[in-house]
Ligand binder design. Structure first.
Ligand SMILES: [Zn+2]
Length: 524
């Protein structure tokens, strides 16, 4: 007998019957990890860390993964809280990602259907980013067991989305080559149903996040104002310029700003002022066009005020495009897994919140939506563009590796997003059940990728011959741009001491709700 060296993935092939029985086994294993899902989601919820400051979260997750035999690379792409955890060997290489940062001002007691901050003004998981990495970890641990038992080759890589709310990291991951050898990326993002996007999303956009700093001259604002040059005037003129210009750009464009430095006190002409812009559009070229208009306005405002201006890039995101073959496979697994069984209390909490928010009282998701057919790009829209919408920097990754995003039902339908209301379910049984359902879908899809090499081939065929046929990825990052790792540092310094006192201690309390003294299903 000769030992024939088969391509790694060919060794993994199995009959559909065998695969189906392993999927049932994966689902059973994951049901057995409910407690871990709850502890991990509640723990990360209690850390409540803003983008680039996810130190406790990163330490906690890498600690868990290290114990399970994953090799950890910390501080990747020049970002202290970023990591890659790797287990296994050979092809295929499957990378599982999810974001871990939270939202300013979103502190909220879980399980209470109205605004009730744990700490007034503090950040909180008002987008549910506490749940995605727990989902991936549970899926990976279940699959790892199966791979060991069945002698399947393949590599699992787990990585967190850092500072997603700032679109801060993933373009830098791509630039650092984190996905060079990866075959497929499975991303998970909280939602209010089980679904997967196929092709370009409905209303997804990309963006650049650009900060402009004007410099002038201080002077006594009453005694010698003619000697001053106001950087704040420049900021205001730039903003006024944009607010007139916005009627004359495409409907789907979104331009928004905050003034992060407007000077020190009224009697000193502000010599320094900073305004921070997001320029959002449907594609690379239109984003670049907005950026150019913004840079021109900044220059014009500097000329008007006798100040100077510099700018730096704080974040960037390509509009996402998701692998149709992988999405179709994942959708089959979604229909197999189905939605969680919601309890009466789960539904009561959802409806009470919806009442409070004055949106239809439809409760939690009861039906899985159909897989949307990918929309071909329209070329007869008269240059109007789409209607616009949010962005996620998973977009950058989706243009270098076949990628899908799984949404799982840990959140309550009807929240405004980026808000305390979206934090309410995130350390309750609703979130825990959503994580368990999502982990099953993720694990089954990993198994399909491991055991069906033709699925990987189909994904790359779609990637090369459809997705990137006419659109080639080019980064928004300029060679000198660096991750904005200083962002949110001061805010976390203010709130972290109070937040620390409320970190979840699973050795003392069964759930975080118990620790906070919140009786699930009872509120005033
Ligand atoms: Zn998000």
């Amino acid at each position: 007998m000769f030992a024939i060296a088969l391509p790694a993935s060919a060794q993994n092939q199995m009959t559909p019957e065998r695969a189906a029985s392993i999927k049932a086994d994966l689902a059973g294993q994951i049901d057995g990890m409910k407690k871990q899902a709850q502890v991990m989601s509640d723990t990360v919820f209690s850390f409540g860390e803003l983008g680039f400051q996810e130190f406790e979260t990163s330490k906690y997750l890498t600690g868990l993964l290290e114990k399970e035999g994953f090799k950890i690379e910390r501080g990747v792409a020049g970002i202290p809280t970023a990591f890659v955890a790797t287990w296994g060997q050979g092809k295929p290489v499957i990378a599982l990602g999810s974001d871990i940062d939270d939202i300013p001002q979103a502190s909220q007691k879980p399980g209470i259907p109205y605004h009730a901050p744990m700490i007034e003004g503090a950040p909180g998981h008002g987008e549910g980013h506490n749940s995605g990495m727990p989902l991936n970890i549970i899926a990976a641990l279940a699959v790892k067991k199966v791979m060991e038992r069945e002698h399947l080759t393949g590599t699992l890589k787990l990585w967190p989305g850092i500072a997603e709310e700032l679109l801060g990291a993933k373009a830098f991951y791509v630039r650092a080559g984190l996905f060079k050898d990866v075959d497929i990326v499975l991303f998970a993002h909280v939602g209010d149903n089980l679904r997967v996007t196929s092709g370009a999303g409905d209303r997804t956009t990309g963006l650049v996040s650009v900060e402009y700093t004007f410099k002038g001259e201080t002077a006594h604002a009453a005694g010698a104002p003619w000697r001053g040059r106001s950087a704040l005037d420049a900021v205001e003129l730039m903003d006024v310029g944009w607010n007139f210009r916005r009627e004359h750009i495409r409907v789907g464009s979104r331009v928004h700003y905050v003034i992060t430095n407007g000077g020190d006190q009224p009697n000193v002409v502000p010599s320094n002022a900073t305004v921070w812009y997001y320029y959002r559009e449907a594609d690379y070229q239109h984003i670049m066009n907005l950026w150019k208009i913004g840079d021109d306005m900044a220059q014009a405002a500097a000329l008007m005020t006798g100040t100077t201006v510099t700018s730096r890039l704080l974040g960037a995101a390509w509009p996402g495009h998701f692998s149709v073959p992988i999405a179709e496979d994942m959708y089959e697994n979604i229909t197999k897994v189905g939605l969680p069984q919601w309890s009466e209390q789960d539904q009561a909490l959802a409806k009470a919140l919806q009442r409070d928010l004055k949106v239809p009282e439809r409760g939690l998701a009861m039906k899985i939506p159909d897989l949307k057919k990918p929309q071909p790009p329209s070329d007869d829209d008269d240059g109007v563009g789409g209607v616009g919408g949010g962005s996620d920097d998973i977009g950058d990754i989706s243009w270098v590796v076949p990628t899908v995003t799984l949404n799982y039902p840990s959140n309550i339908p009807g929240g405004p997003g980026h808000n305390w209301a979206n934090a309410i379910s995130m350390a309750t049984p609703i979130a825990h059940k959503g994580v368990v359902a999502g982990a099953k879908v993720q694990a089954m899809t990993i198994l399909d990728i491991l055991t069906r090499p033709e699925l990987v081939d189909k994904a790359w065929d779609y990637f090369r011959n459809v997705q990137t046929k006419n659109t080639k990825y080019q980064t928004f990052l300029r060679p000198d741009d660096k991750p904005a790792i200083w962002l949110n540092q001061k805010t976390m310094e203010i709130y972290r001491p109070q937040m620390k006192a409320l970190y979840y201690d699973p050795s003392k309390y069964d759930t975080y709700l118990d620790q906070l003294g919140i009786k699930y299903g009872e509120w005033k």
